[in-house]
Write a protein that binds this ligand. Sequence first.
Ligand code: ADP
Ligand code: MG
Length: 338
Amino acid sequence: ADTVRLLSSSQVITSVVNVVKELMENSLDAGASSVDVKLENSGLDRIEVRDNGHGIKGEDTPVMAAAHFTSKICSTEDLEMLETYGFRGEALGSICSVAEVTVVTKTEEDDISTQYTLNFSGEIVSQKPSHFGQGTTVSVLKLFKNIPVRRQYYSSTKKCKEELKKIQDLLTAYAIIKPELRLTLIHNKVVVWQKATVADHRSALLATLGASTVANLLPCHHQQEQPELLLDGFFPKPGADYSSTSNSNPDKTFIFVNSRPVHQKDIMKLLRQHYAAQYPDDPARNRYPTAMLKITVPPSSVDVNLTPDKTQVLLHNKEAVLTAVEALLVSLYGYRAD
Ligand code: ADP
Ligand code: MG
């Protein structure tokens, strides 16, 4: 049974950034306005995520890491109006099978916080009072300690750097989509990245990408009924300096579907195509624009359950979304693909 558990968990929890993403999303689902991510040895020795959210209720703590326990949905119908990042009840339990996990939590009703130590199966093996404020802190120690090949793989200097960069990119995405969120990334006790609470997406872009980049971005908006769809974007101004608004990889092209950072190949392709058409003579035409595109559709018209990490989504009205995005880009850049 332990082997089965390890095998399925190691498929849900595949990397350091994956752990950070799951913990981060739990904090956001708990309504946190402040999240601190602390890493030691690029996350391999410790990943700690501390939030000021609503905490975990006493009745839920014994089962918080049980297989498929979630406090977020009760029925499949709830999936139709999903507003949380999580709903599968898999992350915390899976992390327990591949690392050492402690959880400190305090709700509004609790007088003091409690620290829980969980075992391989996600059961509480000990608990003691602690002194944290309201919210939850999850600590993940010795990630992949029982999967030596994987731990080894992520231990190389190159991989460590890559994972840190991916974590920073991920936090940047949440920082942009949640302007009100305060975020810090600490690596080996040094603050390597942070973002304060700001009022709107534009200010969030300023805080994360810098003033010179944002000066080259233009806000765009589109709203329609049937199918119901809302687009909010920041795209490079037509004719903006190519070198300052493009990147050789997509790490500064942020696409969100209902506030989830996603990989959407077709939409990415459209963005690149329309943006690059302005620079027909540029040798490096296949570059990616620095841009943000926020797509909002009714929760019932998107399936986020394609992959455990939920970065792939299935849009029910994908053609309509693509058409609307394309229309927005045509009105901005005047390019028509045919
Ligand atoms: P899911 O997010 O899909 O519900 P998880 O395994 O990620 O599943 O978390 C299990 C449960 O633990 C959540 O449903 C929630 O009740 C609780 N939980 C985990 N992290 C937090 C947190 N930071 N704040 C409040 N509750 C949390
Ligand atoms: Mg979760």
